[in-house]
Design a protein around this ligand. Structure first.
Ligand code: ADP
Length: 358
């Protein structure tokens, strides 16, 4: 199937530095792709080139297989059939809600009215058609901005941190509603965000970006559970790192040996896992380990500190080799510093990476 949007080898330099450095991505019709990465990694610059308000130094952009932009020729933004929603969604204050939504429509008269009403109905704001933006709440204004951007039936909607200006309590609801409306209209979406939770909630596919490059692409589940490197794990959550060295394709840790396939003898490795995958073995505590009963080797940890976090507790341990490991434990569990406990780790949730910068 021809992708709705395809970006090939996009490069944009400022002062000789490539802030977008060979970015390629595709979005299938009706799909939501999230460009996810830390602030300054080049997400907005990528979006601006796709919108046509900035021009790449090299690379091409295709819409439904048609070239709309390369380094020499470019379809102007207003003829690209690409909609835009920014965090600062600025409605026109002197136009009514209905006039705002109708602003980008070429149709006039009854046809225009019909599309305006259809969209305002979809976002649940038809009763405000003759009101003015200042009479609406922030969340309602956001929905009007969405209706306005959708009115000309763009093939692709570009959204740059569209929810970050909203109150926390409203945000989840508005995200879900927005997604439902975009899916209903069949619009393909490229959403820029620096928040992993937002990307996982919204995306069919995540494109993880770092220093101008896309380092990993995939469904949220795959990007979260099969990260390409330590930074990719760390971007989504707090992490534990155990340092080790490879001997005979194996790396020793307090939890036994881990496979380190393909790495040379003596190579330094990081064994990385998330705090929710370090478990306190309450059954074994006091009795000592019996490795035949469980997969993997249990390790002794001495509580360094324990903190109450609401629905869970965060407990930090010092292991025999001196590493500090964090465990998130459901409910309230606040052992005293110095308490020895047995720990196990979900081996299938551990990642072995060549150590960086050692
Ligand atoms: P993000 O959206 O991921 O936060 P941006 O695409 O806004 O990142 O910016 C990427 C990098 O490019 C940043 O280091 C930023 O300072 C730089 N940059 C963006 N626009 C310009 C510009 N017009 N001139 C010079 N540098 C820019």
């Amino acid at each position: 199937m021809t992708p709705r949007l395809e970006v090939r080898n996009l490069v944009r330099r400022y002062d000789q530095t490539a802030v977008v450095d060979d970015v390629s991505l595709t979005i299938a019709p009706g799909h939501v792709t999230c460009l996810l990465g830390p602030s300054g990694c080049g997400k907005s610059t990528t979006l601006r080139m796709i919108a046509g308000v900035d021009t790449q130094d090299s690379g091409e952009i295709y819409l439904d297989g048609d070239l709309i932009s390369d380094a020499t020729a470019s379809v102007p933004p207003e003829r690209r059939s690409i909609g835009l929603i920014f965090q600062d969604f600025a409605l026109f204050p002197h136009l009514s809600v209905g006039e705002n939504v109708g602003f980008g429509l070429r149709k006039r008269g009854a046809e225009q009215r019909k599309r305006i009403e259809e969209l305002l109905d979809k976002v649940g704001l038809l009763r405000f058609v003759d009101e003015y933006p200042h009479q609406l709440s922030g969340g309602e204004q956001q929905r009007v901005a969405l209706a306005r951007a959708l009115a000309p039936r763009p093939k692709v909607m570009l959204m740059d941190e569209p929810f970050s200006g909203l109150d926390n309590r409203l945000r989840d609801g508005i995200r879900d509603e927005t997604l439902a409306i975009l899916k209903d209209e069949g619009t393909s979406v490229l959403l820029v965000t620096h928040e992993p939770e937002e990307a996982m909630r919204m995306a069919d596919e995540i494109a993880l970006m770092r220093r101008g490059k896309i380092v990993q692409r995939g469904a949220p589940y795959n990007v979260y559970n099969a990260p390409v490197d330590l930074a990719a794990v760390a971007f989504f959550s707090d992490i534990n790192v155990m340092k080790s060295k490879v001997h005979g394709s194996l790396a020793d840790t307090p939890f036994g040996q881990f496979l380190a396939p393909g790495l040379p003898e003596g190579a330094a490795v990081d064994i990385v896992f998330r705090p929710q995958h370090l478990h306190i073995d309450f059954d074994r505590n006091g009795r000592g380990p019996n490795p035949t009963q469980v997969a993997g080797t249990p390790a002794r940890g001495i509580v360094e500190r324990a903190r109450f976090m609401g629905s869970e507790s965060l407990v930090e341990f010092r292991t025999d080799l001196g590493a500090i490991l964090k465990a998130t434990v459901p409910n309230v569990f606040l052992p005293k510093p110095g308490t020895p406990l047995w720990l196990t780790v979900r081996r299938d949730r551990c990642f072995v990476f060549p150590a960086e910068g050692d």
